[in-house]
Design a binder for this molecule. Structure first.
Ligand SMILES: [Zn+2]
Ligand SMILES: [Zn+2]
Length: 257
């Protein structure tokens, strides 16, 4: 199996690459991808432009040093800002990447997944619509290979059960049309929503749209690598998935499971 969503001390994770790698070897993973945060807006939890040269150097070293049975891939988790697509494209095109996870962590200037503050000011339906519109734009932007934690907006337990069909269909159509994968991100189970991203029903819809899926723990500690993967794989199989998407130099491939 693979774990494509891992944060090290280069962004907001707390371990070094080698520690995560050792954990991946222990679990018998065939591939792991480091996906530290990169954000054009200065935030304490992400690398900015000035950090990229050191990141690049470190990844070159890591790929040399970590040469055991688990293959190392170079990824980034990148914040999407609709008004900065061109700037982002210029940056990403110049980097030696296997894949880019596109994530929406900001609604306007609000970093909605960092704390509960701010939710009170939103009508829940408006919040969901705003969020999914941004995800749709991210999918259409051509900047990314994978959409990160597709239903992150539920993180703190703000659920909206009804009336989302239209907007979600639009988002899934955009993802499918752009040939992007979504990730099954297991970290949500540790959050107030107590659920993977995406939820079972949403992943079923992804399957119906023929959207490929990758797998990621969103590890911020070496011990998180592969968290809840047996459950995640059960879920994928139950839905009908038979293969997992992998990436090399931003080209998609598949491995059966
Ligand atoms: Zn994220
Ligand atoms: Zn992440």
């Amino acid at each position: 199996m693979i774990d494509y969503h891992i944060h090290t001390s280069l962004s907001d994770g707390s371990g070094e690459h080698r520690e995560y790698y050792n954990e991946a070897l222990r679990l018998g993973l065939s591939e792991m991808g480091f996906s530290d945060h990169f954000c054009l807006r200065p935030v304490p939890w992400a690398m900015g432009l000035d950090d990229l040269p050191a990141w690049k150097k470190r990844m070159q070293q890591v790929r040399k040093e970590c040469s055991g049975s688990c293959r190392v891939k170079t990824g980034l988790e990148v914040d999407y800002f609709p008004e900065r697509e061109e700037e982002l494209k210029a940056v990403l095109d110049g980097l030696p990447l296997d894949y880019v996870i596109g994530s929406v962590h900001f609604l306007g200037t609000w970093n909605f997944d960092s704390s509960l503050d701010g939710y009170d000011e939103w009508d829940l339906r408006h919040l969901y619509e705003y969020y999914y519109n941004l995800v749709t734009k991210a999918a259409e932007s051509g900047l990314f290979d994978v959409i990160g934690h597709l239903d992150l907006v539920k993180k703190f337990g703000h659920r909206l059960a009804d009336g989302l069909e239209k907007i979600i269909t639009k988002t899934l159509e955009a993802i499918s049309k752009a040939g992007l994968a979504v990730e099954l991100n297991t970290s949500g189970r540790n959050k107030p929503c107590r659920d993977f991203y995406p939820s079972y029903t949403l992943l079923e819809q992804c399957y119906q749209f023929d959207i490929p899926v990758t797998l990621g723990s969103d590890a911020h500690n070496p011990g998180d690598v592969g968290q809840y993967f047996p459950d995640a794989i059960d879920m994928l199989k139950k839905i009908g998935y038979t293969r997992i998407a992998v990436f090399e130099k931003r080209q998609i491939g598949f491995i059966p499971f």
